[in-house]
Design a protein. Structure first.
Length: 393
């Protein structure tokens, strides 16, 4: 049986020179057994004729919002409901802006607004447009709503510039969509422990110190590991994220508790991902009565280092640490990698990136061999690139 047999994919094609590359994308989906419906904007038809896509898809191509239908279904609602996945490629700055702002003034934008299927956009445009504040903000808005982005590539552009903005390789786009529709089960048999959320350290029975962690990154990692077939344990501190009920959840409050639980679980797991945010310090003295003072001085002591403790006993198991930095990011992340005997460090620059509580993230993956930078993406997509790197060991 073909991998996408019975899956319905709607492709929205907008006006850009990269339209011709979508022919390869359509053929890729068809070879895998998918049903493909296509919506073209009027500008898109100036680059490649609808007849070409009708031939490749074996389906009529929709171009006109007000064309007389040959049946009594409302076309944009019909396609919106039919889609198992909705791909926009190439996605121009225009369609991204309209979709982000809720504008529905043609067949494509109207159908996008009506669908509940996963939406993937593959941008392609001039490099200055691609890096413009307006486009960046629109993409961020869409990612925060759960839209998936296949990042544009860098190279020679049709306008003569050289830089980011080229449509991603067609096979990469097909593979991305296939992974969404049919998640690869490459973690079956893997036992993954993920720390998630913030710990708290009490001053007294009324007050505690903590940090801004929401647990969303840990939750996303758990979701993606489960989707790929892993068995997942979440050591869970204070959080606002939703944790999948299929996870084995161990609730903790303090850093010491998180430390003790993680060490108890070392023998039972193969992969350790330290996405939680334990407090580095705790008050030296806990007051059994509510503190009342005009001038309060609190002395702190260092908490145990959870990742370093795991790194010391993990053997050949995989340890991934997170490094939230304000300065000297790569240097500090690499130092943490070595000190904790970790295999991978995920670097966040919290000065440049709204990490805490956001649905998106901008990360760099640091290993002993080098560093790879990534553009802004959803935390679920970040989770997948982390898991991909872990499995490459």
């Amino acid at each position: 049986m073909q991998k996408l047999q019975g899956k319905n994919i709607v492709i929205g094609i907008t006006g850009g020179i990269a339209v011709y590359k979508v022919c390869t994308i359509v053929r890729g989906f068809k070879k895998l057994g998918a049903n493909v419906d296509i919506i073209m904007t009027q500008h898109a038809t100036e680059f490649v004729s609808p007849l070409t896509f009708e031939t490749l898809s074996n389906r009529p191509v929709v171009t006109d919002m007000f064309a007389t239908p040959d049946h009594w279904e409302v076309e944009h609602i019909s396609l919106a409901k039919k889609a198992d996945l909705f791909l926009v490629a190439p996605a121009t700055a225009n369609i991204v802006g309209k979709y982000a702002q809720g504008i529905a003034d043609d067949m494509l934008s109207t159908t996008l607004m009506a669908t509940r299927a996963p939406v993937v956009i593959a941008p392609a445009m001039n490099t200055n447009m691609y890096h413009s504040p307006a486009f960046t903000q629109n993409v961020t808005t869409l990612v925060e709503r759960g839209v998936h982005v296949v990042t544009a590539e860098s190279g020679f552009l049709a306008c003569g510039d050289n830089g980011d903005g080229r449509l991603a390789d067609p096979q990469k786009i097909v593979d991305y969509c296939v992974d969404l529709l049919c998640p690869v089960q490459d973690m079956v048999g893997k036992r993954v422990l993920i720390t998630c959320g913030a710990t708290i350290e009490k001053l007294d029975d009324a007050r505690f110190i903590t940090n801004f962690s929401s647990g969303k990154m840990g939750s996303a990692l758990a979701d993606m590991a489960l989707a790929r077939g892993a068995s997942v344990t979440v050591v869970l501190g204070r959080h606002t994220a939703t944790i999948d009920s299929r996870c084995n959840v161990i609730n903790v409050e303090t850093t010491q508790q998180m430390h003790d639980v993680c060490l108890e679980q070392v023998e039972n797991h193969d992969i350790f991902i330290m996405a939680g945010a334990p407090c580095d310090y705790r008050p030296q003295v806990f007051s059994t009565s509510k503190i009342k003072s005009d001038n309060l001085t609190v002395n702190f002591v260092k908490n145990p280092d959870i990742a370093q403790a795991i790194g010391a006993v993990k053997g050949d198991k995989f340890l991934c640490v997170f490094s939230a930095e304000t300065d000297n990011g790569e240097q500090n992340a690499r130092a943490k990698l070595i000190k904790k005997n970790a295999d991978l460090a995920v670097l966040n620059n919290i000065k440049q990136n709204d990490v805490f509580g956001s649905d998106t993230n901008v990360v760099s993956l640091v290993t002993r061999e080098g560093i790879t930078d990534y553009l802004q993406m959803s935390k679920h997509d970040v989770a997948n690139i982390i898991l991909d790197r872990i499995l490459c060991k």
